[in-house]
Write a protein that binds this ligand. Structure first.
Ligand SMILES: Nc1ncnc2c1ncn2[C@@H]1O[C@H](COP(=O)(O)OP(=O)(O)OP(=O)(O)O)[C@@H](O)[C@H]1O
Length: 228
């Protein structure tokens, strides 16, 4: 994959995600994590090569077929991308509204989700009046509310404290237990250690050092806190 006429930012990737798997993606800043996630949530197409999603070839699928695939994917963007003029409640409700649920069906689950991410009392606040951490939690609630088949999250806990990060990763785990394939890009080793059975993929200069995530499991914590 390359942006425009620039150099390739991802090359030679051969990667298969098992349905229902939980994957962490790590790598230095600029290694290409966000670019790989963009391929997964169909914001970018591979410049060459093949991309299959949900068993279908999407690398060269017609543009008009992509929204139907995207509705099956929950995305936590690094920069949140909340709708500024909608309340926290309405941002979280968006995927359910798009899926055709009416207000009576939406109210309960959205309130419950906002309570889970600690924002029960901020439901009517609009994004510009929320802190970075609060916006991030709204973004996460919006990404998971409709139980997507694939959840892609880019540094989803970069703006919250350790206790909230723990709570959020358990939300991802709960979703994963319901069958969602989860891919989380992060630098946070404690997050990686928190999910048993998760697989870890590492990007270095646009190449995956462990494309299946099978070889390296999350580093377990030593008593002194250093990664194993
Ligand atoms: N829209 C873009 N246009 C051109 N080049 C880009 C674009 N986005 C990213 N790049 C380049 O692609 C490379 C990989 O960037 P990417 O954002 O995927 O890295 P990353 O691993 O997610 O970094 P970080 O941890 O800092 O978010 C970098 O060299 C970056 O400068």
């Amino acid at each position: 994959m390359r942006y425009g006429t620039g150099a390739e930012v991802l090359a030679g990737l051969d990667l298969r995600l098992a349905p229902g798997g939980f994957y962490f993606l790590t790598g230095a800043s600029g290694a290409g994590k966000t670019s790989l996630l963009k391929l997964l949530y169909l914001a970018q197409r591979p410049t060459r090569g093949r991309l299959r999603l949900f068993g279908e070839d999407v690398g060269e699928a017609p543009r008009e077929s992509l929204p139907a695939f995207r509705r099956r994917i929950g995305v936590v963007f690094q920069d949140f991308r909340l709708v500024r003029h909608l309340s926290a409640f309405d941002n979280v409700a968006l995927p359910l509204r798009i899926a055709g649920h009416d207000d009576r069906e939406i109210e309960g689950p959205v309130r419950e989700m906002l309570a889970w991410v600690g924002l029960a009392d901020r439901a009517s606040a609009k994004p510009p009046t929320l802190s970075g951490g609060e916006q991030q939690r709204v973004a996460i609630a919006r990404a998971v509310i409709a139980r997507p088949e694939l959840l892609v999250a880019d540094e989803p806990t970069g703006n919250v404290d350790a206790a909230m990060a723990d709570r959020l990763i358990h939300l991802f785990e709960a979703l994963n237990r319901l069958g969602t394939t989860v891919v989380v890009a992060t630098h946070d080793l404690s997050l990686i250690g928190a999910v048993k059975g998760a697989r870890m993929m590492r990007l270095e200069d646009g190449r995956l050092s462990d494309p299946t995530g099978e070889l390296r499991h999350p580093p377990s914590r030593q008593p002194d806190g250093a990664p194993a």
